[in-house]
Design a protein around this ligand. Structure first.
Ligand code: C2E
Ligand code: MG
Ligand code: MG
Length: 736
């Protein structure tokens, strides 16, 4: 019972008393005590008071219960609540706020205090309390994200009485939000397409990459199934297997050929995964797709490159042998003929060397084009490497058809190739083989065509040669010669002989040239002129050349020790040796090994070697010059030297080739050439040595025109070491 109820009750009882009195025939002052007692007005009032007090107690009890209930709720709130009075003193606060802000203090210790006395209240918080407009603010309190709401409470008169502040720790929520934001960023920016479907396989979300890869808009995809991307290039069994794997393992990974909105085939690498909730119930499928079109293109390109020549894009050796095998198989079955043309450009190396590889490459591209224009669509033109091409004539061919094509190619290659505005003349040599006559397998056919091509070169180039068994005889004897040479290198089957070089003015031997001899070599290959080129071709000249140098230097050292007066020993060097990267180092090692001073060794290089790779020669000769080694140009006059190079290179001697000496003094031309070479040598400050002097007339004439050193049978052939030493020490008067 409220106080109002109680007062209303008392009034009612008083009214009841007055009403009783009003019904009496007497006025109140006329009532006697006995009547009054009978009426018991006190009892009536007391009873009403007692009832009123009972009501009040009841109400009070209920109020207390309600207050406790509210406090309990207040204290169990997850949020912290602090109530400030008008002076910003703490009027009340809940348990959470005591623990959170006031170090777990008791409420009594906090009530009545200013907030900054009991905790360090930040400026941001003070501001929120000041404004107290009931809106949410997020402030950072000691590393925690806190949501704060402050509201003002007014009294009946409308004055600001208190402020209630509510604090909620939203750090975790913010963290989750930040993560979600990050995931959203990743989702939209990732290069892979991500497509999410529900359990009915309806698309519920795609990222930007999916729209970019497929060309479909997001709106078109959402609500549809991924089958919208199907290319119809896979059998239904493919998709069945995909679903089987997905259901069994929760994942599928592989390549799918889909189709873009504009109809293009899309090779995609896809990973499809099931998504399940905490209870393990399937909720979504996520498909991550990578567009592998460019990888596929690269693969196709790589595959192309594995079977084609990069420069000309013609089939390479691999593809050619593949097709050749195939054609031979078919010809075998159908009793037909296959023809092969092995084509090698003539003088291509000259162009490469003189005009550079770039022009050389352009020429090869042009040559490939020209070849393709001459053959039928079905024929194969392949490049084996360098300047070697092969034409494989498809289908049934005849020797006449092969010869006719070879004629056409030779004629076409006689025409100049226009490269970078230059007219380049190359020509070609062709070897022809036919299945089955010239070989019954691809390897033999190719090898024999190569042999025939070499024969075409030997026969003066610019032509074609059909393979014959005799040709392989030539090749076989080459192989036998190579074998014999190797055996001789291994077993020490060579000797060095020494031909005196005579100073005709002084009338004495001043040096010698070491010349190799093969006493037990095959009769037809005993001279260096016939076996040295084979040794060069097979690179056997490298170990052989080293033996020659060591042997020559050993002899020279002996002779010098024996007191023979020799200026130098001259050793012929082949182009293959010179091109060895360690050539200079080897020579220097051998010099040290022998003890012969560098100045007493001369190397002979031919004019052609010099001009073929002027850069290499220049580098090597300059290095050798540092050790004093002399350099002579052999067979001078037979090649085409550039005079400006001659001037620059460290050269000591020019050796006039025997061919110009032979007809001296009878042939006016040879005389003029010899005179010109001697004049040139003098101008450049070099010595001229005439080779192959056989007669006194030759020597006399040469002496007259200023040549002072000669070498030839007139004085001596090349002699074994002991004979040479005897020849020199005998001090035999040379013929003059
Ligand atoms: P080459 O360096 O020009 O050597 C001179 C050649 O002319 C030698 O022939 C020599 O015997 C020959 N000869 C010298 N005087 C006369 C003469 O009065 N009349 C005639 N008819 N011939 C004369 P050989 O020894 O047969 O050598 C031929 C070529 O083989 C040499 O020409 C040289 O290029 C090469 N050769 C010889 N020995 C070696 C060697 O040890 N290493 C290398 N790389 N090549 C060598
Ligand atoms: Mg020589
Ligand atoms: Mg010579």
């Amino acid at each position: 019972m409220t106080s109002t109820d109680a007062i209303r009750y008392i009034r009612a009882k008083l009214d009841q008393l007055l009403a009783v009195m009003g019904t009496l025939p007497l006025r109140p002052e006329e009532l006697d005590d006995a009547t009054l007692l009978e009426l018991d007005p006190i009892g009536i009032v007391a009873e009403s008071f007692a009832q009123m007090v009972a009501h009040l107690n009841e109400t009070n009890h209920r109020l207390n219960l309600a207050t406790d209930e509210i406090r309990a709720i207040f204290d169990t709130l997850g949020a912290a609540v602090v109530v400030f009075d008008h002076d910003n003193r703490i009027e009340d606060c809940n348990r959470r706020s005591l623990d959170w802000f006031f170090g777990g203090s008791e409420r009594a210790q906090i009530i009545g205090r200013l907030s900054n006395e009991v905790c360090d209240c930040t400026e941001a918080l003070a501001h929120v309390r000041e404004v107290a407009d009931g809106t949410c603010h997020v402030v950072n309190l000691h590393g925690q994200d806190v949501q704060v709401v402050a509201s003002k409470i007014f009294d009946e008169a409308g004055r600001h009485a208190k402020t209630v502040m509510l604090f909620a720790d939203i750090t975790q929520q913010m963290e989750v939000e930040r993560h979600l934001q990050l995931y959203a960023q990743v989702f939209s920016h990732v290069g892979e397409g991500i497509l999410i479907t529900d359990t009915d396989n309806r698309v519920i979300e795609v990222n930007a990459a999916v729209t970019r890869i497929t060309g479909y808009g997001r709106d078109e995809l959402i609500g549809s199934t991924p089958s919208i991307l199907k290319s119809d290039l896979h059998e239904p069994a493919f998709y069945e297997a995909l679903w089987d794997t997905l259901r069994a393992t929760g994942h599928w990974h592989g390549e799918i050929l889909d189709r873009s909105r504009d109809g293009r085939i899309l090779p995609l690498l896809q990973t499809i995964s099931e998504v399940r909730d905490a209870q393990g119930v399937l909720t979504h499928y996520i498909s991550v797709m990578t567009d592998i079109s460019s990888i596929k293109e690269t693969q196709t390109r790589l595959n192309f490159l594995a079977h084609h020549d990069v420069l000309t894009e013609l089939p390479n050796r691999l593809l050619l042998s593949d097709r050749l095998h195939h054609d031979i198989e078919r010809a075998k079955r159908d009793d037909q003929t296959v023809a092969l043309l092995f084509i090698d450009l003539d003088h291509f190396k000259n162009i490469n060397d003189s005009l550079g590889h770039q022009i050389g490459d352009l020429l090869l591209i042009e040559a490939a084009r020209r070849l393709k224009s001459l053959v039928r669509q079905v024929d194969t033109v392949a490049r084996l490497g360098g300047d070697e091409f092969v034409v494989l004539m498809e289908g049934n061919t005849s020797p006449a058809a092969a010869t006719s094509l070879a004629d056409k190619v030779v004629a076409a290659f006689k025409q100049p190739f226009v490269v970078n505005g230059l007219d380049l003349y190359v020509g070609c040599s062709i070897g022809v083989t036919l299945y089955p006559e010239d070989g019954i397998d691809a390897v033999t056919l190719l090898k024999n065509a190569d042999t025939a091509m070499y024969r075409a070169k030997d026969a003066g180039r610019d032509g074609h040669v059909r393979y014959s068994v005799e040709l392989s005889e030539v090749m076989r004897s080459k192989i036998e010669l190579d074998h014999a040479l190797r055996t001789a290198v291994r077993d020490g089957g060579f000797e060095l002989h020494y031909q005196p070089i005579v100073d005709i003015t002084r009338g004495k031997v001043v040096a010698c040239e070491a010349l190799i001899r093969w006493p037990n070599g095959p009769a037809d290959a005993r001279t260096p002129g016939s076996f040295i080129p084979v040794a060069e071709e097979t690179r056997l000249i490298v170990p052989l050349g080293e033996w020659i140098l060591r042997e020559a230097l050993t002899r020279m050292h002996e002779w010098l020790a024996d007191g023979l007066e020799l200026d130098y020993i001259s050793v012929n060097i082949s182009a293959v040796q010179l091109a060895q990267p360690d050539f200079t180092d080897r020579i220097i090692d051998l010099l040290h090994e022998s003890g012969v001073p560098g100045r007493q060794l001369q190397i002979e290089l031919t004019e052609n070697m010099l001009m073929r790779d002027i850069e290499l020669c220049s580098r090597v000769l300059t290095q050798l010059r540092e050790y004093g080694i002399r350099v002579a140009i052999d067979d001078f006059g037979t090649g085409y030297s550039s005079l400006s190079y001659l001037k620059q290179l460290p050269i000591d001697n020019l050796k006039i080739d025997r061919s110009f000496v032979l007809d001296i003094p009878g042939d006016a031309n040879d005389c003029a050439i010899a005179a010109a070479i001697i004049g040139l040598a003098k101008t450049l400050g070099l010595d001229a040595i005439a080779e192959g002097i056989e007669t006194c007339e030759q020597q006399d004439y040469l002496a007259r025109i200023g040549c002072d050193k000669v070498q030839g049978f007139l004085h001596s052939q090349a002699l074994p070491a002991a004979d040479f030493a005897a020849f020199v020490s005998a001090g035999r008067q040379t013929r003059g």
